[in-house]
Design a protein around this ligand. Sequence first.
Ligand code: 8IG
Length: 271
Amino acid sequence: MSSVDGRDPYALAAASAAELAAFTGIDSYDAALTLGSGWSRAIEGLGTVVASVPAHEIQGFRASAVEGHTGMLQAVELAGGQRVLVLAGRTHLYEGHGVDAVVHGVRVAAASGARSIVLTNGAGGIGNGLAEGSPMLIADHINLTATSPLKGARFVDLTDLYSGELRARVEARVPGIASGVYAQLPGPHYETPAEIRYLRSIGADAVGMSTALEAIAAREAGMQVAGISLITNLAAGLAGPLDHAEVLAAGHAAVDTLSSLLAVVCEELFA
Ligand code: 8IG
């Protein structure tokens, strides 16, 4: 059976959503936003934080294991009045808690009424002239985790998973922004240079350890999906050695770019 702590993952998400509502006094959201490595400061200025709770206080969530992920759930109200559930910190597949734990936040957002989700991450740049510190709109993904959040005969269509219409609207407002294909690997190790050559040859522009599984779960829940990678480093073999400190530094340097991009994306979600 697929489960989080032995419980049906959809029932658990509904229970978590109810607990979140009881904790915060806010019982529904219009959208959700997952913050990846390097993105934590990018929501400053997005709207008003009207409630926040450490994620691990809500059933089904785990304490954040990665530096740069704060592990908070925040309710942010935008200038237009819409409410966004910000998931600051995610559970990664490499933590070993299973794929349902990885997508729990997405399912809680869906159970809390969110119709759209913006998934952000830090990623290694492979191609396309992607420079460190630049954002990339995710146009499509390659799921190389050899797993799925879906179990059983759930034949979900992933054509146009990352809404092409939304991307076009964002591209029109942010001229020159890159878009490309994101490959999710399980990690936690980075790639070898040979693996990066392989990823490039199969059409990947960026590589990371999240997002694709969450996007699949979001689509199953009927949400509109947007994805944005912050290219925090060039992938293995394309520059020097990789380390997590570089990832965090790239996020700090890009904070203004990311803040204004998120503002545009949120406006277009509700346009
Ligand atoms: I940030 O170069 C970040 N996450 N797999 N490879 C993989 N994940 C990453 C990378 C990278 N950079």
